[in-house]
Design a protein around this ligand. Sequence first.
Ligand SMILES: [Zn+2]
Length: 520
Amino acid sequence: MQTRAKQAGPEPHRAHAFPVGSEAAGPAVPRLIIHAVELTVGRDNCEARTTLSLNSHRFMGRAVGRAQFDEPWQLAAAASVDAMQQYLQQSATGPPTPQVKLLDTAALTTGIGQDVISAVVRISHGNRQLDLIGSALVRNDRSHTAVAAALDAVSRPLASYLLAAKRDSEDGFQPTILEIGPTSSEARARAPETECPPQVRFPALGVVITAAAIRTAAVDRDGRVLAEARRASRARVEPEVTLGLALQSVREALAALNSSGPRPGAIGVAVPGSLHSQDGVCISCGDFPAWRDIQITAPFADEFGLPTALLSPTQAAAFAETCFGAAQGLADVLYVRVGIDIDVALVLDGRLLPLPRMLPGQPGHMVIEAGGPRCACGQSGCWQALAGREALLARVVKAVRRGAPSAVAAAAGGNFGAITPGYVVRMAASGDAVARGALEETGRYLAIGIANLATLFSPQAIIVDSSPASLGKALLHAAEGTLKSTARARVLSQCVLLSPELGDSAPLLGAAAWAARCAP
Ligand SMILES: [Zn+2]
């Protein structure tokens, strides 16, 4: 386990950091996934960008052509081959690096009227070369199909090369990319899978609705905010009023976008509460007590004619950190937000675990100490009753009332009610023993809950967030020692502990990015 302050992107040898095999199951199947196929068609030129991943390592390729001569789907196939070349460049164990090249693509209609796209790809390794053909039936769009055809041609050699590279690193065998294919039973058994995700639709709009404010941002594929709108919000108003303000904020953001620029392709709406994300329904909401089974997505989809997704702000922040922030490029991330409640979001295989499969706030009520302190939910020993911000403050007040020497109460003007987590963190940094002790004890309990979740889900990264950000960092630091001693070493050996990087804008960016990739 390591603490990582910042990582700009995937590391070149990440694929080898995450082993091809796991201890329990033996060598795992290399899993080649199409994450995104993006096309930009201009008057003269046309560009395709394809993002693939293999064993949690993402890699991107691009191809540019002339709009008059090249079909966008042909460029998408070329971009996918370029992505594979980038991957081979990064993961090759020694010279010569295998070379992949797209030789030809073709579209045809079968005798039963089914459209098919085929791709011919050449793989060269040293002085040997092999031409392979792959094909795929057209289902959704031709660009995804063309990428699938190119992967169909080369995925098995790629898998075999990686398996050979793995053996090489362990036993001294030389990688042999050409001794593969149907003649190799190992390669046949372990051919990668391919999956087609929905089309990526950047720029996209992120909308975050809370009792404090309603915010909308148009976000591009790099996480840049192109336009923003903000409106005041109130908790005790009818849902129609709040949704009306949110629709208005979307109109304002659209008006603020440069009219000659690309139009948004999807909307992501983040609302705190119990959600049924697939139905677009908010079942109940702590910020808006009057909300019961409110349809959230339909008004946006109807007015703007765009696919609209619903998620929680915690989920949105977690997804933003995997797209643009601290956990960029990682596919399995556990995100823990510590407030009065403890909320958790999980990104698995690059996708958010949908609500209500994991109810917002529910992980905070895992019992981690039988007979522990009473929780607001009525149980005893809940995680948030031991590791939430109220538990931290209660520890400080209890120690001061017992007469432990501390400057915390004086710093808050002698008023226990004025002690904030920010005070506690500052006092701990200045050496106050009570503040330090309270943070350490809270961090230990936080670590127990995190270790339980990490044992279940084996994340590649754990992000601990809180407000103020200094509290999240202090708790993460305090939790680290207990995590190392509590969680099974195997679970955490490849896991990094991270602080979030995107601040207040994370839910906006994540709502947009999730909608761009996964809005129905
Ligand atoms: Zn509870």
